[in-house]
Design a protein around this ligand. Structure first.
Ligand code: PEP
Ligand code: MN
Length: 263
């Protein structure tokens, strides 16, 4: 059902006035994890000032180590929603457990399924039963075909409001956290009718190359860009090395919007 052969027209996912898949560049910006209201509110204000419509932030964090910050859970979603409402932003946040979906619905505009859960089939099915857009991230080592099949799990249950997100895959290369598979973008656009975003933060894991990666994403036809922003990345409880601070985010947005206007 996600195949372009079944439906030649592009799917457009509408959230808070953003029409993702319409040929323009859309943005999902915010901290890696929700840490406090003050932290999220500062980012929300900056994000809003640049015309971004979707605010991200992790509340249920799928961490590699059980000893790392696990997120604030439902309280994190409440904080995110409060800051988003103040600035008229939509909320994007990851859910890791189907049992959390129902209580999360009051706080979320887009349900994110993270890389580590791309093949959590029960979560995919539960997301497919929702009446909310799903932002599905590519698995850590998933092929494009496996990624498309994960989206098929969601649409097969009735929910076709899916945004695919390339976030880098595991390769032998160690210069970046993951390897951004930029060619996945046009392939996913050809093979499916779904909008495709690129997460430049988790794919590169390097603040110094977020901007060129975002430019490449736009040039190759991505419908949107995701990146992480924190008021003080040095003290962030997760992904400290790769989040932008607010001045860097402002410059990033100015340059990226400039490139987006050329395409
Ligand atoms: C995230 O976007 O917060 C995240 C954890 O990313 P990924 O699932 O792509 O690793
Ligand atoms: Mn992160």
């Amino acid at each position: 059902l996600v195949s372009r052969k079944k439906k030649p027209e592009d799917t457009i996912v509408s959230v808070n006035g953003a029409t993702i898949g319409d040929g323009n560049t859309h943005f999902v910006m915010g901290p890696c994890a929700v840490e406090s209201y003050e932290q999220v509110e500062k980012v929300a204000e900056a994000v809003k000032n640049k015309g971004v419509k979707l605010l991200r932030g992790g509340a249920f964090k799928p961490r590699t180590s059980p000893y790392d910050f696990q997120g604030l859970g439902l309280e994190g979603l409440q904080i995110l929603k409060k800051a988003a409402d103040k600035h008229n932003l939509a909320v994007v946040s990851e859910i890791v457990n189907p049992a959390h979906l129902e209580e999360a619905m009051d706080y979320l505009d887009v349900v994110q399924i993270g890389a580590r859960n791309m093949q959590n089939f029960e979560l995919l099915k539960a997301a497919g039963d929702l009446d909310k857009p799903v932002l599905l991230k590519r698995g850590l080592s998933a092929t494009i075909s496996e990624f498309i099949n994960a989206a098929e799990y969601i649409i097969s249950r009735g929910n076709g409001n899916i945004i695919l997100c390339e976030r880098g895959i595991r390769t032998y290369e160690k210069a970046t956290r993951n390897t951004l598979d930029i060619s996945a973008v046009p392939i996913l656009k050809q093979e499916t009718h779904l909008p495709v975003m690129v997460d430049v933060t988790h794919s590169t894991g390097r603040r110094d190359i977020l901007l060129p990666a975002a430019k490449a994403a736009i040039a190759i036809g991505a419908d949107g860009v995701m990146a992480e922003v924190h008021p003080d990345p040095a003290v962030a409880l997760s992904d400290s090395a790769q989040q932008m601070d607010i001045p860097m985010f402002n410059t990033f947005m100015d340059e990226v919007i400039d490139v987006a206007n050329k395409f």
